[in-house]
Design a protein around this ligand. Structure first.
Ligand code: PHE
Length: 467
């Protein structure tokens, strides 16, 4: 007998959990360094465009899929059209692969939280301390394991008991801390150059690949094309306005990314560091800002990395939940078993990803270490292709009246926006995303990664029908 499906305890619970999924390492760890690598202000504008023109629309589409089917990613597609099941499967595979490295970075955050209190800020060179941590063997593995275990414990307890409660507490803290850091950063001498870098568009810095980077970042940061929003909205009540929720969540997500940029770049320029620092950016810059604060520095640093860790946790929980709810809905597995099974598999991949930063740096797949490989194949290929396919499916395969009723809750809200959204999803987004995706995918330097990604999608498309 099928148990009654769990549902969110409250509207705010859903918004916070979905925003919790969206706001994570993507905003604070990833957005600043990608922006740094793509030249600053102009990239920010492109990112803004992708978030609101493409992201909000695709998120609304995912909400429609999830809420109307009351099923997670695979089931949502399968129940509507079997030959599209593979898009749902892609929406389980991608989160799984992201969970093959996300906990590694979650572990770094956890490590920095603890180390803030044990003398991190005393070290003379933040670049050295960061590299020292991540290139180790056992230490990063242990932090990663603790971090991943926290995810599993929460998810094993179920949707509203675990996720909802965890989302409410530390997110506001993160917000306040970012403001403190922004103010501190802006008062440092020489910080003006950082503001200019972030806010003044210089289109000569934009490369064609920057568009794919911005699109991938927007999808990653909004947790799109990964089954998350489909799955979360499958627990959502009928009276909620889907486009309104999508807009609220996207605005929150964009604001936090922008704040992270404002927190990092002014300070970075004041300290004379390069914006092209790469994935270590937040770990190298933020502790230095706290160093400047004297005695209270370590405490602020502790709270900041605690908040970052929780932001990461609410995101990775959602990734784990997608895989777990797939195993429950489609494979009839019990929640606990599904959780521990998935977490164990993720742990194995994470070991490789963690070691790829140090001892196993030479072990590469098509020229990339495990962590970079997973990041590239998910961010540059699966997200873009998945996003395009979701909008094609919703725009071309679903009935317009059905969509209207879902979008407007049977004519009760947001009716004026329906046509704009419908045309965006049906005509503009598929073409736009396809152009960006194809040109971007062709520009991936590692041909092997490109071919692997496309072959995986093709194989899924052929075999998923039988699922
Ligand atoms: N959006 C999350 C972040 O910004 C990461 C994430 C991606 C979470 C995909 C869920 C799904 O960190």
């Amino acid at each position: 007998m099928k148990k009654e499906r769990e549902s969110w305890g409250s509207r705010i619970g859903f918004v916070l959990a979905a925003a919790g999924s969206a706001i994570g390492l993507g905003n604070i760890w990833r957005f600043p360094y990608i922006t740094g690598e793509n030249g600053g202000g102009a990239f920010l504008l492109i990112y803004l465009f992708f978030t609101f023109a493409v992201g909000v629309s695709v998120m609304t589409s995912e909400f429609i899929l999830g809420r109307s089917s009351k099923l997670s990613s695979v089931g949502a597609f399968k129940s509507k059209d079997r030959s599209w099941t593979f898009v749902g499967v892609l929406g389980v595979l991608t989160p799984f692969l992201i969970m093959g490295y996300y906990p590694v970075i979650g572990g770094w955050s956890l490590a920095y939280m603890v180390k803030s209190l044990t003398g991190l800020l005393k070290s003379p060179d933040m670049v050295d301390s960061f590299v020292g941590l991540i290139s180790g063997t056992w230490e990063p593995l242990i932090w990663m394991l603790i971090y991943l275990a926290m995810n599993a414990v929460i998810i094993a307890r179920g949707v509203n008991k675990g996720i909802e409660k965890a989302s409410v507490v530390l997110m506001p803290t993160l917000f306040v801390l970012l403001i403190i850091i922004i103010i501190k950063g802006l008062t440092l001498p020489g910080s003006g150059a950082g503001l200019t870098f972030l806010l003044k568009p210089d289109f000569s810095q934009v490369r064609p690949s920057s568009f794919l980077a911005a699109l991938g970042q927007a999808f990653f940061s909004l947790s799109l094309a990964m089954g998350v929003m489909t799955t979360y909205s499958s627990y959502l009540g009928e009276e909620e306005s889907l486009p309104k929720n999508a807009l609220i969540i996207s605005t929150m997500d964009f604001s936090i990314a922008l704040m992270a940029g404002l927190a990092l770049f002014p300070a970075l320029f004041a300290f004379g560091l390069e914006p092209t620092q790469g994935p270590g950016l937040v770990f190298m810059v933020v502790p230095r800002i706290f160093q400047e604060m004297g005695a209270v520095g370590p405490i602020f640093s502790f709270i900041f990395f605690a908040a970052l860790m929780v932001a990461a946790l609410t995101s990775s929980m959602s990734l784990l939940e997608v895989v777990v709810s797939y195993l429950m809905d489609e494979r009839g597995m019990e929640r606990r078993k599904a959780t521990w099974l998935s977490a164990t598999a993720m742990f194995v991949v994470c070991i490789m990803a963690s070691l790829s930063q140090g001892p196993l740096a030479d072990v590469t797949l098509f020229g990339l270490g495990t962590l970079d490989f997973l990041d590239t194949i998910t961010d540059k290929i699966f997200l873009a292709v998945g996003g395009a396919l979701i909008s094609i499916f919703v725009g071309w395969k679903l009935d317009k009246d059905f969509l209207y009723n879902q979008f407007t809750n049977n004519g009760k809200s947001a009716t004026g926006f329906f046509n704009i959204w419908y045309n965006l999803v049906k005509f503009v987004i598929p073409v736009l995303v396809a152009v960006v995706a194809i040109s971007g995918i062709l520009s991936i330097e590692q041909t092997g990664v490109m071919v692997t990604g496309l072959v995986v999608i093709a194989v899924l498309a052929i075999f998923s029908k039988k699922l």
